[in-house]
Design a protein. Structure first.
Length: 266
C-alpha cells in the first residue's frame, strides 16, 4: 500500500466500527483525510483492532513521524550539567522516554484534534496506547493520583517509553500545595525512569496548558527539582522540551541564572 492507500484504509476501518459514522464521506484532500483519521482515533474508545489494522496503522504512523523529521536526544548539547533545552514536537524526539501530561483518566484526550500534548502523544503512538492505559486503570481501580507516574511502551513513537503523569490543576491563586504536586510529578517521573533503566527523559511543560499552572513558576520548579535529583542519579540526560517561544525564553533565562552555558536554539 502507498501512504495514501494506508490512510484511506485506516479511515474506512474506523468508520465501519460505528453506525453513527454512516453518513460521513471520505474527504477529497489529504489534509482533510488526515484530520478525519486523527479525529476518529481521538474519540475512539479503548478496544481491540484487527492485526491488519495494527500493521497498516503502525507503518502509516511511523512514516508520518519520520516525514516530520526525528531529533536524536543524544545530539542535543547540554546547557547545564546533564540538562538540555529543546524546542520542538516531542512526538518526534528519539530518547529513552518522553513525559506525557495526562489527565486522571489516563486514557488520553478525547477532543478531536485538540492541541494538548496528551492528544498528540496518543495520536502518534497509535490506538494501542489508549487500550494499554485503560487496562492499567482497570487493574488499578481508581483515577490516577496527581503527582504520580506510570510507564508504558511508546509503540509507534521514536522514543522507547512514555512516562505518564497527572499534574496539578490550578484553580484561582497558585498554592504551595500545587507547587508540591508539580514537584512530585518531576520526582516520580525521574524515579520511574531509573527503575526502568531509562537513560534519558524528555519533560514537557507539565500543567502549564489546560491546567493553568503559571509558566514561570513551573519552569523554576522543573529545573530545580531535576537538578537536585541528578546529583544522586545515573540518568544520563534530561531534556526540557518546549513548544512555545515564551517557554523557551523562560527556560533560557532560568538555566542561565543557574549558571548554565550560553544557550543556543536547538
Amino acid at each position: 500500500m502507498t501512504q495514501n492507500e494506508k490512510l484511506e484504509y485506516l479511515i474506512r476501518y474506523l468508520l465501519s466500527e460505528s453506525e453513527r459514522y454512516s453518513d460521513i464521506k471520505l474527504p477529497e484532500t489529504d489534509a482533510e483525510r488526515k484530520q478525519l483519521l486523527r479525529s476518529l482515533m481521538n474519540v475512539r474508545p479503548p478496544q481491540a483492532v484487527s492485526k491488519k489494522f495494527l500493521k497498516v496503522q503502525d507503518e502509516y504512523l511511523r512514516c508520518e513521524t519520520s516525514a516530520k523529521g526525528i531529533t536524536d536526544a543524544e545530539k542535543l548539547a547540554p546547557v547545564r550539567g546533564r540538562m538540555c533545552l529543546w524546542k520542538g514536537d516531542i512526538t518526534t524526539l528519539r530518547c529513552g522516554a518522553i513525559v506525557n501530561a495526562a489527565n486522571s483518566g489516563m486514557t488520553g484526550c478525547y477532543y478531536p484534534c485538540h492541541g494538548c500534548i496528551d492528544n498528540a502523544i496518543h495520536t502518534y503512538a497509535g490506538v494501542q496506547l489508549r487500550l494499554r492505559c485503560a487496562e492499567m486503570m482497570e487493574e488499578q481501580g481508581y483515577p490516577e493520583p496527581t503527582g504520580s507516574a506510570k510507564v508504558t511502551d511508546a509503540y509507534n513513537l521514536p522514543c522507547e517509553y512514555i512516562i505518564h503523569t497527572v499534574g496539578p490543576i490550578v484553580r484561582g491563586r497558585l498554592r504551595e500545595a500545587d507547587c508540591d504536586m508539580l514537584r512530585s510529578c518531576y520526582l516520580e517521573c525521574l524515579k520511574a525512569a531509573e527503575e526502568n533503566g531509562i537513560a534519558s527523559v524528555a519533560f514537557c511543560c507539565i500543567s502549564t496548558g489546560e491546567f493553568r499552572f503559571p509558566n514561570e513558576r513551573a519552569a523554576e520548579i522543573a529545573v530545580d527539582t531535576v537538578e537536585e535529583y541528578l546529583k544522586n542519579s545515573k540518568i544520563e540526560r534530561v531534556i526540557f522540551n518546549v513548544f512555545k517561544g515564551t517557554d523557551l525564553s523562560i527556560y533560557k533565562r532560568i538555566l542561565t541564572e543557574r549558571g548554565g552555558a550560553e544557550i543556543k536554539a536547538q
